[in-house]
Design a protein around this ligand. Structure first.
Ligand code: ADP
Ligand code: ASP
Ligand code: MG
Length: 456
């Protein structure tokens, strides 16, 4: 059971979570593993404190820390009726002391390495899990707090640690499985891990979903539950498309495409460990546990052609032209070799006779890229664009989809179009300022028109 930041934002939320965990404990044959995110926007606060320290603004950094200390102490006191056990009090004091030391170190050096960044960011989950575990035990239930860094082994890619699956499996068997088998709930952190040498790493922003799937696969869980603030995966981001509908069933591939193309409800890497272990993932609303939810599994049989939409921006479109070279063999190899060497990942590609268009992240090192590519091609750059993805298992069988899509966007300029090789994703590129309008129009034309309310 993984609970995201909004699900553990304050004492009231944590009480709700404790109730859900207790229900699962009483209903199941095994105790659940509880994976928590940091409380509310704590991780953002830690990032802000770290960058203030890097600027040399220690007062601002310590000011941020003070707010975090207050909100965490307030939650602990509220949950534990002002009699915070010594053990928790000491753990909180130690954690706050360590964050302060790290911030002072960063401010002195005015240097924030990815390694220091991870060390600082990791405290959000350490704090939330300490408070929750203490509260849960205080309610008379058997629970153990496990430091994820003793189990979630990663490589040393700070800011985006790559898990060592074999090591994780072994460590989970030793440090987590016996407790669960004995009917004891285990509370651990999402997002964080450690290298073999014991250096703290993170799996990247939003990484708690990924942690949950990795732990679930390592423990051969029956299900991975992602508890959040929406009734499952919806047909579009509800903040952009108010009429977005809940989706009862989603295939692993659809979910993976949606996550990769910007549906924030799942971290893009979440699905892969679950797919490999064939473990269903459900996405549920913490405040409406008996409401609708989404089940993501290998096979989904539905008649719907378009399952959902997602979008991501800003991105940059590069159009690479070379009248001399494109028709010759080896051009694309040469082109992609440059991207590979500069470690720039490409999302969409569309080729024409004398040009290739590709999309890259807005923060890709464009200068270096253009310098290298200009030696054999002409480059046009279009910044501030967005990718809008239409996802559905049955897309490829749906006649007339193109005309409905173009019809809905008659006055919006589609700058690039690409059908994913797995044929379940049709993506277009539009100007960033038209991203939301594009989503709303496509939702009306491709999804609402089919379902007319209710669930997709
Ligand atoms: P958590 O803190 O639980 O990890 P997130 O904020 O990371 O939650 O993800 C949940 C949010 O994702 C929702 O509140 C919603 O605004 C957003 N979201 C984006 N796309 C979708 C979608 N297709 N379905 C559901 N939610 C989505
Ligand atoms: N707390 C981390 C973040 O905000 C991880 C997560 O919540 O998934 O990015
Ligand atoms: Mg999230």
């Amino acid at each position: 059971m993984k609970f995201g930041g909004s699900s553990v934002a304050d004492a009231a939320c944590m009480r709700q979570v404790a109730g859900l965990v207790r229900d699962a404990l009483q209903a199941g044959t095994h105790a659940p593993l509880v994976v928590l995110s940091a409380m509310g926007k704590t991780t953002n606060g830690l990032f802000a404190a770290a960058s203030a320290a890097e600027r040399g603004d220690l007062p601002a950094a310590l000011g941020q820390l003070k707010e975090l200390i207050q909100s965490h102490r307030r939650a602990a006191e509220d949950l534990l009726d002002d009699s915070v056990p010594d053990e928790l009090d000491q753990a909180l004091t130690d954690a706050f002391g360590q964050i302060e030391l790290l911030l002072r170190g960063v401010a002195l050096l005015r240097e924030l390495s990815p390694r220091s960044q991870d060390a600082i960011a990791s405290f959000g989950e350490q704090l939330s899990t300490r408070i929750f575990a203490s509260f849960f035990r205080n309610q008379g239930m058997a629970a153990d707090w496990v430091d994820a860094r003793t189990v979630m082994r990663t490589d040393g890619s700070f800011g985006g640690g790559q898990p060592d699956i074999a090591a994780l499996r072994g460590l989970a068997k030793t440090h987590i499985a016996p407790n669960l088998d004995a009917g004891r709930v285990v509370v651990t952190q999402g997002y964080i891990g450690a290298t073999e040498e014991g250096l703290t790493t993170t799996l990247g922003r939003g990484g708690s979903d990924y942690s949950a799937a990795l732990f679930g696969a390592a423990l051969q869980a029956a299900e991975v539950q992602i508890w959040t603030d929406v009734e499952g995966v919806l047909t579009a981001d509800p903040r952009i498309v108010p009429g977005a509908l809940p989706i009862p069933c989603l295939s692993f591939s659809e979910a993976a495409e949606l996550a990769a193309f910007g549906a924030k409800v799942l971290h893009p890497a979440t699905i892969q460990p679950a797919v490999e272990a064939r473990i269903p993932v459900t996405v549920r609303h913490t405040q409406k546990p008996h409401g609708r939810f989404t089940t993501i599994t290998g096979e989904v049989r539905t008649g719907r052609s378009v399952t959902a939409l997602a979008s991501r921006g800003p991105i940059t479109v590069l159009t690479v032209s070379s009248s001399r070279m494109l028709a010759q063999s080896g051009f694309l190899a040469r082109l992609f070799e440059v991207f590979g060497r500069l470690n720039i990942s490409v999302d969409l590609v569309a080729t024409a006779e004398i040009s290739v268009s590709l999309t890259v992240e807005a923060d890709a090192p464009l200068k270096a890229l253009i310098k290298e590519l200009s030696s054999f091609a002409t480059i046009q750059v279009a910044e501030d664009r967005a990718i809008v993805a239409v996802v559905g298992e049955r897309l490829k069988y749906t006649a007339g989809l193109g005309s409905r899509l173009f019809g809905a966007l008659a006055d919006i300029n589609i700058e690039m179009i690409s059908m994913g090789a797995n044929e379940i994703n049709l993506s277009i590129v539009v100007k960033r300022e038209q991203e939301h309008e594009t989503l709303r129009r496509l939702h009306a034309a491709l999804i609402e028109s089919n379902y007319g309310g209710g669930a997709a």
